[in-house]
Every structure is written in structure tokens, then in C-alpha cells.
Write a protein that binds this ligand. Structure first.
Ligand code: BG6
Length: 487
């Protein structure tokens, strides 16, 4: 079979914060898989940077451990592990000082044609000093990219300050802002579904769509990062970035090409068309309480008086010709019944039924794009119930799970970071957020957050449930209901 993988050019990837959780849990395993698939050349180098007092061998041992923990045993062979670790180097450097930059320059070498990518896997307060350090050390010349990741600000003002800070050292085409949801296979599939098929696009508007539901439910709590999470909450942690990106991809106009600025221009238009949420009843905030074995949010946050939301549901509108009057219902939360992320498009009912009898139990067509778990698409359609007995109608599902629905079996769904890191090396910004997008998302989110300041505490919900009752009411009031977060 012809390989599906196009190898990238040799590169040096410098990972600041290389001993931290993201690097160990996501980046190292992602790069290993890209090497195993033949996409990352053996001459590529991954240079871990941290202030920890360790050397190259200790860092390699750490990376090896990360592979054991986060790569399935069947995918980890001794030969590949050795080849991968041969690519790994380490430089000790404290990003707040001047020392270590010479060693990094040494490690990088002088080949200006080679891609040099600097991944800032550190807290955002260090982004500015790292950007400056790279420039001062003379490492910003040539084929250079920097990668940053959320939180990209806490509000509009801090996001603008961050953009200005990065903009002093790098041009927009060199800045790769990751939202890892854009690297998820099914999120990219949403674009394929919409723009590589004629079937859906003619129906993708207010005339045929009744409403859209987007759910990102997690069963985990916030234990482990409680006090930090308590300063942000679900709106800043999930809605401002991941969920709004999903809204953008669902609602945007077809870009002229699948090309960075064409796609990002269209997403930006959606963000600018989001209606301000002026009615407080359109936002429901929740906080999980103890249930059975599960402790409460307040225990996990170590804050007995916390008013931070671990759940949020909201109803928003996109004010443009295509979407006028079509509500988008969003919800996300921790410690919910199950882990489930999906975008669900509910089409309108047929304008007139030619069939006799009571069909009120039947649903209209529903297209569900499942991001996780078990990535796939289902389309519910109404058919004739097979067999004698007249023209009886029933609902059925056309179900395509990507792991089983393709001719070529999918052995493993690549993690979002695999795609995104390779795109950085290839210099493709299509799946990365532009500075103005991030700011537009904050502009809208700040107003939502401003709307609940000083208001009552979030509604409690049981850990392991579907969220607070009021979130159900958000839809019931409109004569609609959420899809179940099944166990
Ligand atoms: C992160 C949030 O961005 O996304 C976490 O900070 C959340 O709170 C995570 O758990 C969810 O990502 P995924 O890929 O597991 O859906």
C-alpha cells in the first residue's frame, strides 16, 4: 500500500518547559508516533529546555518513561524507542535569566535553512521573556516559528497585551497559537463533511436547521489543578476557546481555499457576528457537589466559598443571513455523567406530512458529529418500519464510526498534537488561531462574564449527573431538549 504519510523536512524543535506535564504527556508521545509512522526524519532533533538541574541522559530517561506511560505497549518497540531517544537532547536554561542561551545556540547549530520551532510549554507569564530571549540570543533569524498555547490571556486586555508582546519579536506568520481541539480528527472532519460533499451545504442554514447543540462533557473533576482552575472556570477554560472554535467551524461560510487566512477570515466573521448575551437567563452556571465517592468542586478547588463554575450552558445566536434565528446551545462541564463531545445539528421537521396517523414520536433529522469517544458521524432518518401492517414510520440511525467504517482499518486515531506539531514544522497555520480571532473570542466572552459578576453562586449539580436542572430548562423553555449524555 502507498504510504499516507508525507515526511517533513529535518527540523529542530525546542521545547521550553520540557519536564512539564504537557511535554511529557502529549508532545513526546506525539513526536514518537510521527517518527514511528515515518513522518519525522531521524535527523530531526527535539531539544528539551528546562531549569531543572539534569543532563541529556537524565532527560532521555524521562522521555523514555513518558513513552512507556503514554504510548500503547503494542506501538512501542525497542528499536523505535532508541531511534527516537537518539533525536532527543537537553539544555538547562532558566528563561527568566541570561544563562543557558549560549548553550541553546550551540545545540541548535547555524543552519538557517533548517526549521527551528520553539514550543513554549510553560505558563503564559514566561512567553514574553522567552520571545525576547530567543531574539536576543540571535535565534530568531531564518526559518523560525514559535508555538504558544492557552491560556492566551484571561480577558481581552491581557490577550491584547500578550499579542503585542509576541508581535514585538515575531511576525504573525511565525506565531502558532494552538487550540488542540482544531487538531482533533473529527473537528477536521467537520470541514470535510461540510465542504467536500454537496449533500449538507445546501441545507446548512436557517431555512433547514432548527438548532445546533454542542456538548463537551467530561467525567473528570478538577482535582490536581484545583486552585488554578478556581481562578478561571469553565467559561474561560473551555468556552472562550474550544467551544467557540467549534461554533466557528460549524457556522462559517465556505472559505475559498483550505488555506490559513482564508479559513481564519471566515472564522473571525462568525466570532464578530456572535450576538451579545444580554439576557442572564441565557447562561446557566453550575458547580458539582459531592456524590457517593466523588468529592465536591469546593473540596477539589480547596475553596469552601468558591463561586467558580465547573459547568456552563448557554444559548447564543449568530447574527448573519445564514443563521438568523437559529439558536446554538453550548454546554460543557466537569464531573458529568460521561465523557462525550459532539456537535449535533437538528434539522427542521418536514413542512407537511403526507402520511396518516400520529407521528409525533418521530424526530426530525439529526446529524451528530462525535468528537470523542469513538469518533464518527450518525445521521438519524425516518424510514418505513419494515414488514406488513401499513405505512408505519420509525426513526433509524445511519451510523459511521471512523474506526470501523473505512475500507482501510484505522489502527489508532492520531492525537491532536501529532497533526499540530507537524503542521508547525510544515509551516501550515490553517489549524492555528490568529491573534485577531483570539481577541474577538475574548471580546464576546468578557461581556458574558461581565453579565454574571456579582450574581448568585453557580447552581449545584451532583457529580456524575448531566449538570444542573436549570440547564435543562434553558432548552425546555424553547420546547427543545438536550441530547442525553449516556453512560
Ligand atoms: C483543556 C482544558 O484545554 O482541555 C481542560 O484546560 C480540559 O480543562 C481539556 O480537560 C479537554 O481536552 P480533551 O482533549 O480531553 O477533550
Amino acid at each position: 500500500m502507498v504510504s499516507q504519510v508525507v515526511p517533513v523536512e529535518p527540523f529542530d524543535l525546542v521545547v521550553f518547559g520540557a519536564t512539564g506535564d504537557l511535554a511529557q504527556r502529549k508532545l513526546i508521545p506525539a513526536l514518537y508516533h510521527r517518527l514511528a509512522d515515518g513522518q519525522m526524519p531521524d535527523t530531526a532533533r527535539i531539544i528539551g529546555v528546562a531549569r531543572t538541574a539534569i543532563g541529556r541522559e537524565e532527560f532521555r530517561a524521562m522521555a523514555s518513561k513518558a513513552l512507556e506511560t503514554h504510548v500503547a505497549a503494542a506501538d512501542l518497540t525497542d528499536d523505535l524507542r532508541r531511534r527516537f531517544l537518539d533525536c532527543v537532547d537537553f539544555v538547562r536554561l532558566d528563561v527568566t535569566g541570561d544563562e543557558g542561551w549560549d548553550a541553546l545556540r550551540e545545540a541548535l547549530g547555524r543552519d538557517e535553512n533548517r526549521v527551528h520551532a520553539f514550543y513554549m510549554s510553560v505558563a503564559p507569564r514566561f512567553f514574553g521573556s522567552i520571545a525576547l530571549g530567543i531574539r536576543k540570543a540571535g535565534l530568531a533569524e531564518g526559518n523560525v516559528r514559535i508555538v504558544v498555547e492557552k491560556p492566551l490571556g484571561h480577558d481581552l486586555e491581557s490577550a491584547q497585551a500578550l499579542n503585542r508582546q509576541l508581535g514585538k519579536c515575531f511576525s504573525e506568520t511565525q506565531i502558532y497559537r494552538i487550540d488542540h481541539y482544531l487538531g482533533k480528527e473529527t473537528v477536521q472532519n467537520l470541514m470535510a463533511l461540510r465542504f467536500a460533499n454537496t449533500l449538507f451545504e445546501p441545507l446548512w442554514n436557517a431555512q433547514y436547521i432548527d438548532h445546533v447543540q454542542i456538548t463537551v462533557a467530561e467525567n473528570v473533576g478538577i482535582a490536581g489543578r484545583g486552585p488554578y482552575y478556581d481562578t478561571i472556570g469553565a467559561m474561560r477554560d473551555m468556552v472562550q476557546n474550544h467551544l467557540l472554535q467549534l461554533v466557528c467551524l460549524t457556522a462559517m461560510e465556505p472559505p475559498a481555499q483550505f488555506e490559513p487566512d482564508a479559513v481564519r477570515d471566515e472564522k473571525l466573521k462568525v466570532l464578530k457576528a456572535l450576538e451579545p448575551l444580554v439576557d442572564p437567563a441565557q447562561v446557566v452556571r453550575g458547580q458539582y457537589r459531592a456524590n457517593g465517592e466523588s468529592g465536591s468542586y469546593r473540596q477539589d478547588a480547596q475553596n469552601p466559598d468558591s463561586h467558580t463554575e465547573s459547568f456552563i450552558a448557554l444559548k447564543l445566536g449568530v447574527s448573519n443571513w445564514r443563521w438568523a434565528g437559529v439558536p446554538f446551545y453550548l454546554r460543557t462541564g466537569k464531573r458529568l455523567r460521561n465523557r462525550l463531545s459532539e456537535i449535533v445539528v437538528h434539522f427542521r421537521k418536514v413542512p407537511h406530512s403526507i402520511f396518516q396517523g400520529d407521528h409525533s414520536h418521530l424526530h426530525s433529522n439529526v446529524l451528530a458529529i462525535r468528537l470523542q469517544p469513538d469518533e464518527g458521524i450518525t445521521l438519524s432518518v425516518t424510514i418505513k418500519d419494515p414488514g406488513p401492517g401499513g405505512m408505519r414510520l420509525t426513526d433509524t440511525q445511519l451510523d459511521m464510526s471512523f474506526s470501523s467504517g473505512l475500507k482501510r482499518p484505522v489502527h489508532r486515531m492520531p492525537d491532536a498534537y501529532e497533526r499540530l506539531v507537524m503542521d508547525v514544522i510544515r509551516g501550515d497555520q490553517t489549524l492555528f488561531m490568529r491573534g485577531d480571532e483570539v481577541e474577538a473570542a475574548w471580546r464576546w466572552s468578557d461581556r458574558v462574564i461581565g453579565g454574571w459578576q456579582g450574581q448568585e453562586a453557580p447552581h449545584p449539580y451532583d457529580a456524575g449527573s448531566s449538570g444542573p436542572e436549570d440547564a435543562l430548562m434553558l432548552m425546555h423553555r424553547d420546547g427543545r431538549r438536550w441530547r442525553e449524555i449516556a453512560t
